[in-house]
Design a protein around this ligand. Structure first.
Ligand code: PEP
Ligand code: MG
Length: 757
């Protein structure tokens, strides 16, 4: 049953439908439209303003002086109409003149009218015009009238875009310069600079048709879309990987609640009854959510509204049949990806030659997606607020990962400054590339090892381009993350062999599978255990030892790939020495199996352990005699030492790697390892930052395994550092730590001419 709200909108839409179908010119159509609206709403005035050459021009009116048409023009933000367009939000006033932004235009003759209601005409989330009604009598418009006006504005957007009447939303015009150019700050996640075009990971749907031909058919379309969406959400919520309690549970529950919300589906159906297509109806209701979102101050509630917005996008994608991510649909050249958040596997799906940068609303420094982006050499910033409001698909973007900002729709001078900086950066990189052939020797003559972290076959090329000494961490799980199904032993073996061949005699440390936590594999069912804290849960070696078939397969692949060579195998997340023993025994068992069949095996296997669980530090005297090398994973170690989730956006910047707790902890580990004559390296992200790396060298670390892009800066740091002096200074600092350890280290580096970038 259509309600009162749908009937007045429907009346207008029927009229608009005829106007749109008619063969008259665009101006004549607009003249008819204002009449239809005025009649249906019994308003004395109805006017349409369109954005032309950056100004909002009165295009058609009934009630105002006709001589003002194409004469009255308002800038963005000027008067009530300019305010509506700038803020992309409606105004509903019983006394227009009392609004602070009211701007009187004598040529219009509007002094006769008191009440005013106006809504933006929106295309690609920007206002391309305004439609307004006015009455002589001071009154507020009720929801039904406002909603009718909003519906009309949607249809008008289609008519105007089709006729090419207004400035193109997002085009580089005067207005977009005024209203659109923006500088959004964020958290630096992966350094680097990129110029490109905004592409949404989940692309936005641009609605082409707003007026329904057949209301029943539209109702049916939205009904099946709802059913499908609910099925998807149900499947998602019951998937084993989400079966655990935690923050995601709450999000999924909210999703579920919204998906089944009768009020939401009723509002969409009402919009369809008023004559809109299913897509337009969903968006109409979504616009209302967005407006509410802007008005809400409560962050929790705003977050919920965000979820509803996400869900509406999902529904739109289903109803329009445009599913899939930007990666699946083929990425355009020079794309800068915009997303709320991404999993490492999702990022790996993108063509790295086309992907120039990533902007996330969430994100943290040591989340695996960040590590993957770093490995791919793709600049990334995170925790950028309101991206979805501020960036439209197709916008020109300048991403400055070094500064942690993105310029949206930049003006000429900003673009020029960016290019100049980019050039300087390229020169600096070229200078650093000169370090490629230079050894990592400190001023006092100590040769340190600078290795790279890798995970994909192509990463190995970085060994050559950076002149690094080795691959200190090869994350074997990356192959599992990029694959749609469990990689077979042959595929694993091929990858490991290709890596060893490409490394051309340089050492490669293969880390056995580290899955779980934020590296979930959709095809690997993690049984039905409830995991409240997946990062501290059944992951890495814990999972591998329990699922020994997985581990055995990988061990066989490694042994076959390394046949006739010396190889290095490292186990992640060792918490107690027996886990190392069990893992080593498993590999040895495979070696014996191969040897018994007269298969060639590696002539030497070096076994290493990662120290990333603090408890292991207390058992080093037991573990060290059994292992060949130790590698400190500062990413996980920090999260466990501080009890702070490494991928939690709110904790991303809370704790500093240069805190006395971490530095003292590492110093102790280095000391015990030295006593046992076991080499120790650092392979977390910390080692790739010059200041942090300087501190690590000061603690006695001689081996670093870092992201390839950091090799130049780290070598530069090492070659400008007197290790002995740093070690002495570090002792002094750690004996009585200053309040700000970072500042103290920067000061020392500057005083001593150490290159810290
Ligand atoms: C670490 O935890 O520091 C580490 C190097 O391993 P990952 O980041 O892959 O967990
Ligand atoms: Mg780790």
């Amino acid at each position: 049953m259509p309600t009162a709200s749908t009937s007045s909108a429907r009346e207008i839409l029927t009229g608009l439908h005829d106007v749109m179908a008619s063969r008259s010119g665009a101006q004549a159509k607009l003249n008819k439209v204002v009449k239809i609206i005025a009649e249906a709403m019994a308003s004395e005035v109805c006017s349409i303003y369109l954005l032309r050459d950056g100004l909002l021009e009165l295009y058609a009116t009934v009630g105002l002086n006709q001589s003002a048409v194409h004469v009255t023009k308002l800038a963005m933000g000027e008067g009530l109409v300019g305010t509506i367009a700038r803020d992309v939000s409606l105004l509903n006033l019983d006394e227009a003149t009392s609004h602070p932004e009211f701007a009187y235009r004598p040529e219009t003759g509007e002094e006769l009218y008191h009440s005013f209601a106006g809504v933006p005409i929106v295309r690609r989330e920007r206002a391309i015009g305004v439609v307004a009604v006015q009455h002589a009598e001071p009154r507020r418009y009720d929801d039904v009238e406002i909603e009718a006006l909003q519906t009309v504005a949607m249809v008008l957007a289609e008519l105007i875009a089709g006729a090419g009447l207004a400035d193109k939303a997002g085009a580089a015009t005067e207005t977009t310069r005024d209203a659109g150019s923006a500088r959004l700050p964020g958290l630096k996640l992966v350094l680097g600079m990129a110029r490109g075009v905004a592409v949404y990971h989940q692309p936005r749907i641009l609605i082409e048709h707003t007026v329904a031909e057949d209301i029943e058919a539209e109702r049916h379309r939205v009904y099946s879309a709802f059913r499908k969406m609910r099925e998807q959400i149900d499947t998602m919520t019951s998937a084993p990987e989400f079966g655990t309690a935690g923050e995601h549970q709450e999000i999924l529950e909210t999703y579920k609640m919204f998906a089944y919300d009768e009020g939401w589906s009723r509002r969409i159906n009402e919009a369809i009854d008023s004559g809109l297509t299913a897509e337009a109806a969903i968006e109409r209701v979504q616009q209302r959510t967005r407006m509410r979102m802007r008005e809400i101050n409560d962050p929790l509630l705003a977050e919920r509204m965000h979820d509803l917005d996400d869900l509406a996008n999902r529904l739109l994608r289903i109803v329009s049949g445009r599913l899939g991510t930007a990666a699946q649909m083929g990425l355009q050249q020079d794309a800068i990806l915009v997303a709320r958040n991404l999993g490492p596997a999702e990022l790996l799906e993108y063509d790295r030659r086309r992907l120039k940068g990533v902007i996330l609303e969430e994100g943290s420094l040591t989340a695996h997606v960040t590590i993957v982006a770093r490995a791919m050499g793709v600049p990334m910033i995170g925790r950028v607020r309101d991206v979805r409001q501020m960036i439209t698909e197709g916008d020109e973007l300048l991403l400055d990962g070094d500064e942690g900002v993105v310029h949206v729709r930049p003006t000429g001078p900003i673009g020029e400054a960016f290019d100049a900086k980019l050039l300087a950066r390229q020169k600096q990189r070229a200078d650093l590339a000169a370090f490629k052939s230079l050894e990592s020797i400190t001023l006092d003559g100590e040769r340190l090892t600078v290795a790279i972290n890798a995970g994909l076959r192509d990463d190995v090329e970085a060994l050559e381009t950076t002149g690094a000494d080795a691959i200190g961490l090869f994350r074997t799980e990356f192959q599992f993350l990029v694959s749609a199904t469990l990689p077979r032993r042959e595929a694993q073996q091929r990858l490991y062999k290709a890596v060893l061949d490409a490394a051309d005699g340089k050492l490669v440390v293969f880390r056995t599978l580290d899955i779980g936590g934020d590296k979930a594999l959709p095809y690997l069912r993690t049984e039905d255990q409830e995991e409240e804290n997946p990062a501290m849960g059944w992951r890495a070696l814990r999972l591998s030892l329990d699922r020994s078939a997985l581990m055995k397969t990988q061990a066989r692949a490694l042994l076959e790939a390394g046949a006739g060579r010396e190889i290095y195998i490292m186990f992640p997340m060792i918490s107690e020495p027996w886990e190392f023993d069990a893992a080593k025994a498993l590999v040895e068992e495979q070696r014996e199996w191969l040897a018994a069949r007269k298969k060639l095996t590696p002539y030497k296997i070096n076994y290493g352990a990662m120290l990333e669980v603090p408890a292991l530090a207390e058992a080093l005297d037991i573990l060290l005699p059994r292992i060949d090398f130790l590698s400190i994973g500062t990413n996980d170690l920090t999260q466990f030492l501080f009890a702070a989730d490494r991928s939690h956006p709110k904790l991303a910047e809370r704790y500093d790697w240069l805190s006395p707790a971490i530095l003292r902890f590492i110093r102790r580990v280095v000391g015990v390892a030295r006593d046992h004559k076991v080499p120790v390296a650092v392979c977390g992200e910390m080692g790739g930052r010059p200041l942090e790396a300087m501190a690590l060298v000061g603690l006695g670390i001689r081996r670093l395994s870092i992201t390839p892009a950091a090799v130049g800066p780290i070598k530069a740091m090492i070659r400008s550092l007197d290790r002995g002096q740093m070690m002495t200074h570090m002792e002094t600092l750690l004996a009585a730590p200053p309040n700000d350890m970072r500042a103290a280290l920067v000061e020392w580096a500057e005083e001593n001419g150490v290159s810290i970038g």
